[in-house]
Design a protein around this ligand. Structure first.
Ligand SMILES: *[C@@H]1O[C@H](CO)[C@@H](O)[C@H](O)[C@H]1NC(C)=O
Length: 387
């Protein structure tokens, strides 16, 4: 019996055939109507800038969870960024419950001591050491050693910050920070990514004049920021474009922006300098063909934006981790794991790599002297590389 016969017969019977059409068409019609009436209006992205093959580091550890340890499990709720004070051997971090916490770094994770410093009353993201034993928190806040919270600034050029994200402090006290977007707050930040418009800014705050300056605008989700050791430039990440750029602070190139690292294999979040010639770029999740298509076609992003209003966002992040790059932005080593997600910062202290995450309730630590990244050839033999 051919399929035409089946269709005709069922059709003659009436009910099942019509019912089938109805079952199929109703949701499609509903979806089309929803799509038409939803005001979400994503923009085309400059895809030519970031759809080349993702870069690959010469050395990799693609199973970084193997041998890693957890610090402050259940106490450090979403330690998004980490700032290390070598004098007191303490890590500062901002958590999802609003607390800035002080984490005493010890040889054994069992000896870790965690203390509350202050509650900012919001969701602290980027943290950096200030000049007077204080902590600068993206926002922009100054938290004193005693836990006193002071607002430094919350707007520039008449535009309030919505998602202050990365921060670093210069040796001269100047504070450099990012506002990922002036349009969406953290709880709805995914709409900013899906919309694909450059709402991000890089700013500076001068503590002596109390002046807030816009250094750069029209950035695609301006995220982490880290100063170079010689203070001549800083590097900042644009999450959507999967790149980090260099902003010159001195000399004849002052104020200009140059390429630093592009086509990262994942979506960059915070960036931290290790004091040893390398910047460590945390990547929230890997890039995939799906994301390439979504950035290319706004209708995919609109469909996604509508879908996540009704259906909870499934966790799809994987191969999250940290890539070390040299002073010129050349990749050096990449630590990641298929089972790792939502890593938002990576800080190297001595032989250890400490990773914070905006979602997970702990800091992940890896002993790099025991589990260091290997040449790609060895990794490929293990069948673990996907690049
Ligand atoms: C974030 O923005 C959304 C949409 O504008 C709003 O509903 C929500 O209350 C805001 N959340 C916070 C914490 O301000």
């Amino acid at each position: 019996m051919s399929s035409t016969d089946t269709a005709t017969r069922t059709g003659k019977n009436g009910c099942p055939f019509n019912f089938l059409i109805w079952v199929c068409l109703a949701p499609i019609t509903a979806a089309i109507i929803l799509y038409r009436i939803d005001p979400f209006d994503p923009a085309p992205l400059p895809v030519h800038e970031f759809t080349s093959k993702p870069i690959s580091a010469p050395k990799k550890n693609p199973r970084m969870l193997h041998g890693s340890e957890r610090l402050g499990s259940g106490i450090l709720l979403g330690p998004e960024d980490l700032a290390y004070d070598p004098k007191s051997q303490v890590l500062y971090t901002g958590c999802g419950d609003g607390w800035i916490k002080r984490v005493k770094v010890t040889e054994s994770v069992d000896d870790t001591v965690i203390e509350d410093v202050a509650n900012t009353g919001g969701r602290p993201l980027g943290v950096a050491l200030g000049l007077n034993n204080d902590i600068v928190v993206a926002g922009l806040f100054l938290v004193s050693e005693e836990g006193e919270v002071k607002l430094l600034t919350d707007e520039a050029e008449g535009l309030k910050f919505k998602l202050t994200d990365g921060v670093d402090v210069g040796e001269d006290g100047m504070i450099y920070f990012t506002d990922a977007t002036y349009k969406h707050n953290l709880s709805v930040h995914h709409f900013d990514m899906l919309e694909g418009r450059p709402h991000g800014r890089v700013l500076s705050y001068n503590p002596s004049t109390k002046e807030t300056k816009v250094l750069l605008q029209d950035l695609f989700f301006a995220n982490g920021l880290a100063l170079s050791p010689d203070q001549t430039f800083f590097v900042f990440c644009e999450t959507i474009l999967r790149r980090c750029s260099k902003y010159n602070l001195r000399g004849h190139k002052k104020g200009s922006v140059e390429k630093f690292v592009e086509n990262l294999p994942g979506f960059p979040d915070n960036i931290r300098y290790d004091g040893e010639g390398q910047f460590w770029i945390a990547m929230f999740t890997e890039t995939t063909t799906f994301w390439d298509l979504a950035w290319r076609y706004p209708f995919i992003r609109k469909t996604l934006a509508i879908a996540i209003k009704y259906i909870p966002i499934p966790i799809t992040e994987k191969n999250s981790g940290v890539m070390a790059v040299d002073m010129d932005g050349n990749p050096v080593a990449h630590y990641f794991d298929p089972k790792m997600s939502a890593i938002t910062t990576g800080v190297k202290i001595g032989n250890y790599l400490y990773c914070g995450s905006i979602y997970h309730p702990y800091i992940t630590r890896l002993d790099l002297s025991r589990f260091q990244a290997q040449e790609s050839a060895q990794v490929n033999l293990l069948g673990a590389s996907r690049f």
